[in-house]
Design a protein around this ligand. Sequence first.
Ligand SMILES: NC(=O)c1ccc[n+]([C@@H]2O[C@H](COP(=O)([O-])OP(=O)(O)OC[C@H]3O[C@@H](n4cnc5c(N)ncnc54)[C@H](O)[C@@H]3O)[C@@H](O)[C@H]2O)c1
Length: 298
Amino acid sequence: MRDVRRIGVVGAGVMGRGIAYQAAVSGFQTVLYDAYPEVADQAVKQIASLVKRQVEKGYLEPERGEEALPRIETADALEAFGDCDFVIEAVVEDLDIKQDVFRKLDAVCDDDVVLATNTSAKSITEIASAASDPARVCGMHFFNPVHRMKLVEVVRALQTADWAVEQTERVGRLLGKEVVRIQERPGFATSRISALVGNEAFYMLMEGVGTPEEIDRAIKLGLNFPMGPFELGDLVGWDTRLKVLQYLHETLGEKFRPCPLLVQYVKAGRLGRKTGWGVYRYDEQGRRIPSDQDHPVK
Ligand SMILES: NC(=O)c1ccc[n+]([C@@H]2O[C@H](COP(=O)([O-])OP(=O)(O)OC[C@H]3O[C@@H](n4cnc5c(N)ncnc54)[C@H](O)[C@@H]3O)[C@@H](O)[C@H]2O)c1
């Protein structure tokens, strides 16, 4: 199996920057590419402040933090991924865009390089079909925030070869994560449940069951969830959540029909922490700003 030293990350949004951070602090040379170069530059700055915070809080040894940053570089084209040993795609949840990325990666990367996708719910079989060698494409589903969440869901597509699944699991462990192996079905094991919970919470909000704070508190304290569904959705991004729900609605049926209020929030640009306002409002530092004026239920 190919020795992995250099990891390529495609997409420098919420997840791509988290994965790049994790790769760099785990000792890998890391190359980060985004279709918008300014996004990749901004990602590197955010990774630097995350390293600083993690060191200050004592979660990361100072030497490990210092060594991590120089390991990260940005690329201005996918051609720079030619010397990567393992690639993780984390671009927007859009099949055509993902297929285009895999077509290009397949052309520039060596044959024994796994091309992994961090899709939350799309068909890896369908993403892989864009590559001339689909056997090396595997699902590698990280969770947000990547540096804190322990799991990587390794998802096997119809075409994925055994060696690619094993290499993906190996890299997942080298990144400090626990891995579970899942056979591909829409939404895998995790997104299928979390999309349903987030959607149901929105239906509850629309019906006036309670305020978001009350619903979140009920789910956390009563069901022992670490985060409420609205807190989690604000972190994930409601646009990403909606795309997953639309796909699960298409593939798994009626129970995943996106709640109309959730759709409205996305149309209004209330995407969550990334826009400073989702179900809750946030200041520039990402702290929640109390407001009881924002919801259909007061
Ligand atoms: N947000 C989450 O909590 C979460 C969790 C697990 C998995 N995911 C999955 O990870 C992927 C990324 O999600 P995200 O939340 O980081 O989205 P995001 O919108 O924050 O980031 C996506 C990035 O991809 C870039 N991009 C778009 N087209 C590109 C291309 N052709 N080449 C390179 N970059 C391109 C965009 O500029 C953007 O910066 C999605 O498939 C999503 O379903 C998200």
